[in-house]
Design a binder for this molecule. Structure first.
Ligand SMILES: *Cc1c(COP(=O)(O)O)cnc(C)c1O
Length: 419
């Protein structure tokens, strides 16, 4: 079932003010979804979601999420600044970066963010960058061959992130000796994973490691950050991750492992992006060409530069045609953009209703890692973003790019005396 919030008349009306292609996000659905997420994890004494800013780096979205209690998970200077401008500061920022330049640590510290270190050598690097270590430090654990990966993120032992188990133990000992007072523990070993047991197992892994750290280092872990990686059902027939199940099962392990070790209350964090906004964002396009060669093609007015997941990973995104939701899917199309790259296809050999020029073609589940991953190859100007407010009104939260944006880093004046 399509969850696209507008009918054809509403879309035609909206299109008079904002021409396609554009991203549309549904504020009400995002708020309701966040309420569900928080309620599921309310079985824990303290729970917080740090929204992964990279998934949808728009300050209006961040402000909506901030208003329902979310923090922000950042890994670059501009992402830190986006949080700051959206009213997310202090310990509500998790700085989970890797291969981090010194000035980004300095800025994170200035905002009072929790700094999550990706390597044991970064303790020294951080100390040199800041002059002294912060009061609170978190480490990213890489479980290596202990944990299977998945197709997108790969195997943990092949991943560049985090510390080994031996290094984790050593790192907390060093920080304790250096006078660091508060500690967290983090891992992120999946991406777009739909098996709920995967997240329960990750919780067990971190809970048991927190106990080991207490025993071996005399360090009390005050929070565990279970990372992101919660998938969404992009394909029809796939099942949404049951977060109530993940929370209740993780709580059982908490009661079994954390409570007897004297680590209760332990704060539980996630830093999800995809399941928070992914299903509530759409790339709204219009069919501008139909082409009949060895295959049937529908050309839309957006390109892979607006949404690169299908071209980059062969990712599936549901495609619907507004007003033809119930029409028979008796045509097979490749739905393409206009890049000079043959992977610029939103759908390949997809069964769809007959599409005519001028039809609105909706690319679903584009609310996370959508516009954010866009690029300007072939001089393509990226689509803007519109928020459907909870009260039914529309707000443009990012305009479409212009040629001036594209040329902003060039100095054409300099051409005059360049021979
Ligand atoms: C990408 C990322 C996330 C968010 O992942 P989603 O799949 O969007 O939930 C969280 N934490 C880190 C460190 C990441 O790199």
């Amino acid at each position: 079932m399509s969850n696209f919030p507008l009918n054809k008349d509403q879309l035609v009306e909206l299109n008079k003010t904002y021409s396609t292609p554009f991203y549309l996000y549904d504020e009400k659905a995002i708020r309701e979804n966040m309420a569900y997420f928080k309620k599921a994890f309310s079985v824990f004494p303290v729970f917080r979601e740090y929204f992964a800013v990279k998934a949808l780096p728009n300050p209006y979205i961040l402000k909506v999420l901030e208003s329902v209690g979310c923090g922000g998970d950042c890994s670059s200077l501009p992402e830190l600044m986006l949080c700051e401008k959206s009213g997310i500061t202090g310990k509500r920022i998790m700085f989970t970066s890797n291969n981090t330049p010194a000035e980004e640590y300095v800025y994170a510290q200035k905002l009072g963010a929790i700094i999550n270190l990706d390597d044991i050598t970064h303790i020294d690097y951080l100390k040199k960058s800041l002059g002294k270590l912060p009061d609170t430090i978190c480490f990213r654990y890489n479980p290596g061959p202990l944990k299977e990966g998945n197709a997108i993120i790969g195997k943990p032992e092949e991943a560049k992130y985090g510390l080994t188990r031996e290094q984790v133990i050593e790192a907390y000992k060093i920080c304790k000796a250096e006078g660091v007072e508060h500690f967290g523990l983090h891992t992120m070993v999946a991406s777009n994973e739909l098996n709920p047991d995967y997240f329960v197992e990750t919780a067990r892994l971190l809970f048991e490691l927190a106990v080991e750290i207490k025993e071996k280092c005399g360090v009390r872990i005050e929070f565990v950050d279970l990372g992101g990686g919660v998938g969404i059902p992009y394909k029809p027939g796939q099942k949404k991750v049951d977060l109530e199940y993940v929370a209740t099962e993780s709580k059982k392990i908490y009661d079994e492992v954390i409570v007897p070790a004297g680590l209760d209350p332990l704060e539980i964090y996630y830093e999800c992006g995809r399941p928070i906004t992914g299903p509530y964002g759409w790339l709204v396009t219009k069919a501008i060409h139909e082409k009949h060669i060895y295959r049937e093609y529908i050309g839309v007015d957006a390109t892979m530069a607006d949404l690169m997941r299908p071209g980059m990973y062969g990712a599936y995104h549901e495609v619907t045609v507004v007003g033809k939701e119930n029409a028979p899917k008796d045509h097979v199309y490749d739905v393409t953009g206009s890049l000079c790259e043959n992977c610029d296809k939103f759908a390949v050999q997809r069964e769809l209703p007959e599409i005519e020029t001028g039809d609105y073609v909706i690319i679903h589940d584009a609310g996370a890692h959508g516009r954010a991953m866009g690029f300007n190859y072939n001089g393509k100007l990226r689509a803007g973003e519109i928020l459907l407010r909870s009260d039914g009104t529309f707000k443009q939260i990012r305009r479409r790019e212009t040629v001036e944006d594209y040329f902003a880093t060039l100095d054409f004046d300099g051409l005059k005396d360049f021979e």
